[in-house]
Design a protein around this ligand. Structure first.
Ligand code: F0G
Length: 468
């Protein structure tokens, strides 16, 4: 039961609080409405192009924005900056093996470095890569390696109001149909993401992962996992799936990984570091190929683009990320913000997901069409109102179909309020919620945007807009 509900129903109020206290603070700048108007116009109405000095509360992403612990900072001082064989690499390798259970580890500078390696190693030109919804960088690397992404997530994931508890699940019928159509040889591997980012941070059930494994075993197809937010996924399994309430998040993570052949990781999320990533594998031949490629793109196979100190902080971060108390508070804070918005009937993706609140821009601005870029517009309006920075997850993020060159029109047109880990307080969440409410209150008079500059790859990062 949620915090707000419990408060109303119990005689004595019993709140949770963060399992940490603050040892160091970073002042943030307060901005005026005039400052923000100027800054947004200079940034082409794209929150990725704002300077962070012009931002008050930064909910652009949970990627690399977490606060490290005192133990992690102490680990920074233990960096062994040897080019080869750094002792910190062996700590990192052991942490991944212990907590995720894979045999082999290749370090990378961040998640997309690992995506590049696995895509190049495991995809033959023309093969399909079925996945539970696309992610921007993941799909691009699959396409650059000659693969064709196929969305096999359950339909509920594309509906912002469907209350399915595991909206990240793979639709096994869709996958079977694809296997029947192109044959097992026509499939490179399954690209399985835990807590599906683009669906609103929605989890995959253990039952689904197990059934997927069985189906793939029958056809000799491998399953690779995007483990970026797997700890959050494990928390939802513990909370919602029968038989898991008494298991630790760490045990659930390990069982889940056991249904897959390897994983890539953006350690900038779950793993609580500002930079880093890894690829972990169970098959030695795939590992050898990836370890060979890493020296081309990232650095030697015992640092992969990270400094020794980064690997030490990451090894410690992995361990901290598996704590039940940590993850309960992390998801609890996201839920706190979401429940405030729900109380005011502001349209958000439901159930509330793991790393962010996703505002449903279609229902926020029903008078705008998708080519008015409603989610981009909402991110701009929110910034103008209060200096809160969010980001677009809709038509701009979806990009263009490489075959036709047309916009892709995703069903979900969302603005993401992404919560960094261990950074902001409940008071910050109150300020954010009140700003969303203010923007919602004048929604009827809001007009859309038009795109005036569009880069070739991952356009949402650098595109520019003007008021329509
Ligand atoms: N996979 C997922 C699910 C991600 O969310 C990201 C990054 C990546 C892979 C790529 O990792 O950034 O370390 O190269 N997501 C960030 C975000 C950018 O804001 O959602 P990376």
């Amino acid at each position: 039961m949620s915090n707000l509900q419990t408060m109303g129903q119990q005689h004595g109020r019993r709140s949770w609080a963060e399992p940490w206290k603050i040892k160091m603070v970073e002042p943030i700048k307060m901005t005026s409405a005039d400052d923000r108007k100027r800054a947004l116009s200079e940034a082409g109405y794209n929150t990725f192009l704002l300077r962070s000095d012009d931002v008050y509360i930064d909910l652009l992403t949970d990627s690399g924005t977490s606060a490290m612990s005192d133990r992690q900072w102490a680990g920074i001082m233990l960096g062994d900056e040897a080019y080869a064989g750094s002792r910190n690499f062996y700590h990192l390798e052991a942490a991944v093996q212990t907590h995720y259970g894979y045999r082999f580890v290749v370090p990378t500078h961040q998640g997309r470095g690992a995506e590049n390696l696995i895509s190049q190693v495991a995809i033959k030109r023309g093969q399909y890569v079925p996945g539970n919804m696309y992610f921007t960088t993941t799909r691009l690397h699959q396409e650059l390696a000659g693969g064709i992404f196929a969305d096999v997530i359950i339909d509920a994931a594309h509906d912002s109001q469907d209350l399915h508890p595991f909206k990240g699940d793979v639709d096994l019928d869709k996958l079977r149909a694809l296997i029947d159509k192109v044959g097992a040889d026509g499939i490179a591997y399954i690209s399985l993401a835990a807590t599906v980012n683009m669906a609103g941070g929605q989890p995959v059930s253990m039952a689904n992962a197990r059934a997927l494994r069985e189906l793939c075993n029958r056809h000799g197809i491998r399953v690779y996992l995007d483990a970026t937010r797997l700890v959050e996924n494990a928390y939802f399994i513990q909370e919602r799936e029968p038989g898991y309430a008494d298991k630790t998040v760490s045990e659930i993570v390990k069982e889940f990984c056991g249904y897959t052949d390897g994983a890539w990781m953006s350690a900038k999320k779950d793993n609580l570091v500002n930079i880093g990533g890894w690829l972990a594998l169970n098959h030695e031949d795939v590992f050898e190929a990836a370890r060979n490629l890493v020296v081309v793109y990232e650095g030697l196979h015992t640092y992969g683009g990270m400094a020794g100190r980064d690997m030490e902080a990451l090894a410690i971060g992995i361990e901290e990320s598996m704590s039940d108390d940590h993850i309960r508070a992390r998801i609890g804070q996201v839920r706190y913000l979401g429940e405030l918005l729900e109380q005011w009937s502001i349209p958000i993706v439901r159930p509330i997901g793991g790393h962010a609140i996703f505002l449903d821009a279609r229902r926020f601005y029903p008078h705008l069409t998708q080519t008015d870029f409603p989610a981009q517009t909402l991110a701009a309006e929110l910034y103008l109102d209060s200096g809160v920075r969010s980001m677009e997850r809709g038509i701009v993020s979806a990009g263009r179909d490489p075959a036709t060159g047309d916009h892709r029109f995703p069903k979900l047109e969302l603005t993401r309020l992404t919560i960094p880990r261990r950074v902001y307080t409940q008071a910050h969440m109150d300020v954010v919620a009140e700003s969303v409410k203010a923007v919602y209150d004048h929604r009827d008079s809001t007009r859309g945007l038009r795109m005036v500059y569009e880069p070739q790859y991952l356009r949402f990062f650098q595109a520019r807009f003007e008021p329509a």
